[in-house]
Design a protein around this ligand. Structure first.
Ligand code: TEU
Length: 532
C-alpha cells in the first residue's frame, strides 16, 4: 500500500506557502497511522517548476523550495523509524530546458551533448518533422534557431525529451539514480516510463480510432501514439534499471504507463513480467470516468491474462486527474459514502494499491477560478481544459486554523471552505468518518492474506453489483459491492458471515446493501447470489 504525497501541498513549515520536506517529516506519524507501507513523493529535485517539478534541472539535489539534502536524510530516517519505505518521482524521459545538458545540446550541432536530446531537420517548407503531438497541446516539436533544427517535447516546450538511443544519456541517468540509492532511498516512481524511446525513423502516427477504455481524452492530438512512445527498444533499458536497483536490498520501482485504453493494461504487464524488468506499474485505466463491475473486471482479468506473473498497482486518484468522488459522483447520493466504498473496493484488488493524499478524508475537487490556476494546460486551454490544480490544493489538517493548518503564509493554491470542512481534526473526532473507515479497511487488508496475496475470481453478478472472491490456501474472502445510489438486496445461495468492515445488513442468506454498500464475507465453497 503506497501513499502518494504531493510535496507542494502536504505541509508547509517554512511559511512560504509551498509545502516542504520538514513539513512532510513532521506529518509522517499520521501517514504511518493510516497503515500504509510506503510513501511516494512527487518530484522534489531542482526545477524551474514549469510543470511543478516534472521538469528537472538538477537530478542530484533537492529544490530549495522543499529544503536541503539534510532535510531529505532526516525524512528517510524518520520514515524508516516508522516502518515506512520512501520512493521518489524520477522523471527520466525529459529534463527542464534549463538543465545544463540541454543548454549545451541546443547551442550547436557539434557539441559533446549534441545528440543527448531528440533533434530533427525541418521539412523543406520549414514545418516540424512529423505529426507527433504534445500531451499538453499542439505539435511535439519546437524549433531551435541556433541549430536550425527541431527538438522533441512530449509535454511542455520547456520539457525537451532526452534521446535514449544515445547510450551516454542512459548511463548518466542511471548514475543519478545511484546517487539517491546510496543515500538510503527505497526506490522510484518512474514518470512516463513508456515515453523513453522514440522511433528513430520519425514516422508520423496514424489517426486515432478512439476505442477501449481508460483516459479516453487525448484531446490534444487525435492520433495513435505508435511511433512517439512505447517502443520495443524500451525493454532493454528497463532491464538496465533493474540491474541497478537489484544491487541494493529491498529497492523497488513503479512505472507510470501513459497509454491509451486497453493497451495500457498490456503494457503494464509487459513491463513487469518476470524478474528482470520493473517491480510494478500503474496506468490511467482506473483513473478515468468508469466505476462499474465490468470495467474493474476487464482491467484486472485483462492484466492477469496478459501477464500472470506481472505486478499491477491500482489507484483511483492522483495529482493528474479529478478526485474520484467527483469523477464518479453519479454513482452515489453522498460523496462520503462513495469515498468509503471506493477504498473497500480498492482494498479487494489483487496487486499493490495506491492512495493519493487527501482521499482518506473523502476530499473533493477544489473549484478554482482562472486567476487561481497554475497548471500550464489549463492556463492555455481554459475552460475546455480545467487542468490539474483542483486535485492539488493543500492538505487540510485543522479546520479552524489559518489555511486549515497547511501554512502560515499564503498558499500557492487556495484552501477553500468545502475542503477545510474535511480536515483531519474534524474526522478524528467523528465516529465513522471517511478517515476512520480508511484505517479500518487498510488494517483489514493487511491482516487478511487472501486480500494481500490471494488469487481473484469475479462472481457473475449483474451490474451494479461487483463481486470478487479472493482465495489464498484455505482462506477466502468474498467482497460484495453495490456500485449504485439505490438500495439492493442479494439472496445468497448459502449462509455467510461478515468478517470485515461493512456497510450492509446480513442475516443468514439475505444481504441488504444500501447505496454504495459493501461487505466482506466468509463462507464455505463457491458463493452465488441473486440480486433483487
Ligand atoms: O504524467 C503523464 C501523463 O500525463 C501522460 O502520460 C498522459 O496522461 C497519458 O499519455 C494519457 O494517456 C506524468 C506526471 O504524472 C504529470 O504530472 C506530468 O505533468 C507529466 O508526466 C510530464 O512529466
Amino acid at each position: 500500500m503506497i501513499y502518494q504525497i504531493y510535496p507542494r501541498s502536504f505541509q508547509d513549515d517554512s511559511g512560504d506557502g509551498v509545502g516542504d520536506l520538514t513539513g512532510i517529516t513532521r506529518r509522517l506519524p499520521y501517514v504511518a497511522g493510516l497503515g500504509v507501507d510506503a510513501i511516494w513523493l512527487s518530484p522534489i529535485f531542482v526545477s524551474p517548476m514549469d510543470d511543478m517539478g516534472y521538469d528537472v534541472s538538477n537530478y542530484t539535489d533537492i529544490d530549495p523550495l522543499f529544503g536541503t539534502l539534510e532535510d531529505f536524510d532526516t525524512l528517510i530516517e524518520t520514515a524508516h523509524g516508522l516502518g515506512l519505505k520512501v520512493i521518489v518521482d524520477q522523471v527520466l524521459s525529459h529534463t527542464s530546458d534549463k538543465h545544463p545538458w540541454f543548454e549545451e545540446s541546443r547551442a550547436s550541432r557539434d557539441n559533446p551533448k549534441a545528440d543527448w536530446y531528440v533533434w530533427a531537420e525541418p521539412n523543406p517548407d520549414g514545418s516540424p518533422p512529423n505529426n507527433w503531438a504534445s500531451v499538453f497541446g499542439g505539435s511535439a516539436w519546437e524549433f531551435e534557431p541556433r541549430r536550425r533544427q527541431y527538438y522533441l517535447h512530449n509535454f511542455l516546450i520547456s520539457q525537451p525529451d532526452l534521446n535514449f538511443h544515445t547510450k551516454a544519456v542512459q548511463d548518466a541517468l542511471l548514475e543519478t539514480m545511484r546517487f539517491w540509492l546510496d543515500r538510503g532511498l527505497d526506490g522510484f516512481r518512474l514518470d512516463t516510463v513508456n515515453y523513453y524511446f522514440h522511433d528513430p525513423k520519425l514516422r508520423s502516427n496514424p489517426p486515432a480510432d478512439h476505442g477501449g477504455f481508460g483516459m479516453a481524452t487525448d484531446v490534444y492530438g487525435m492520433q495513435q501514439h505508435i511511433y512517439d512512445k512505447t517502443r520495443p527498444e524500451n525493454i532493454a533499458f528497463l532491464e538496465r534499471l533493474r540491474k541497478l536497483t537489484d544491487q541494493y536490498e529491498d529497492v523497488m520501482m513503479v512505472g507510470e504507463v501513459g497509454e491509451d485504453g486497453e493497451r495500457s493494461i498490456a503494457v503494464m504487464g509487459e513491463y513487469t513480467s518476470g524478474t528482470d524488468r520493473l517491480h510494478m506499474c500503474y496506468s490511467f485505466a482506473m483513473l478515468g470516468p468508469y466505476y462499474s463491475a465490468d470495467h474493474f473486471r476487464r482491467c484486472i482479468e485483462g492484466f492477469q491474462k496478459g501477464a500472470p506473473d506481472g505486478q499491477p498497482k491500482w489507484s483511483f486518484s492522483n495529482h493528474d486527474v479529478p478526485r474520484h468522488v467527483d469523477r464518479w459522483a453519479t454513482h452515489a447520493q453522498d460523496s462520503d459514502a462513495l469515498a468509503r466504498q471506493a477504498i473497500a473496493v480498492l482494498a479487494s484488488f489483487e496487486g499493490a494499491i495506491g492512495i493519493y493524499q487527501g482521499e482518506e478524508l473523502g476530499q473533493t475537487e477544489t473549484e478554482l477560478v482562472y486567476e487561481e490556476l497554475t497548471d500550464p494546460p489549463a492556463l492555455r486551454f481554459w475552460p475546455q481544459v480545467k487542468g490539474r490544480d483542483g486535485c492539488r490544493t493543500p492538505m487540510v489538517w485543522e479546520a479552524d486554523a489559518p489555511n486549515a493548518g497547511f501554512s502560515s503564509g499564503e498558499p500557492w493554491l487556495p484552501v477553500k471552505a468545502p475542503q477545510a470542512a474535511r480536515a483531519v481534526d474534524v474526522q478524528e473526532a467523528r465516529n465513522h468518518s471517511v478517515l476512520h473507515t480508511y484505517r479500518e479497511v487498510l488494517a483489514f487488508r493487511k491482516a487478511t492474506p487472501a486480500l494481500r496475496q490471494g488469487s481473484t475470481t469475479f462472481l457473475d453478478l449483474p451490474e451494479p453489483v461487483l463481486g470478487i472472491r479472493r482465495t489464498s490456501g484455505d482462506d477466502n474472502v468474498t467482497c460484495l459491492f453495490n456500485l449504485s445510489a439505490n438500495t439492493l438486496h442479494l439472496d445468497l445461495d448459502r449462509a455467510a458471515g461478515a468478517i470485515g468492515p461493512r456497510h450492509a445488513a446480513l442475516r443468514d442468506r439475505s444481504l441488504s446493501l444500501p447505496p454504495n454498500g459493501y461487505c466482506y464475507l466468509s463462507h464455505e465453497g463457491a458463493l452465488g447470489a441473486t440480486v433483487s
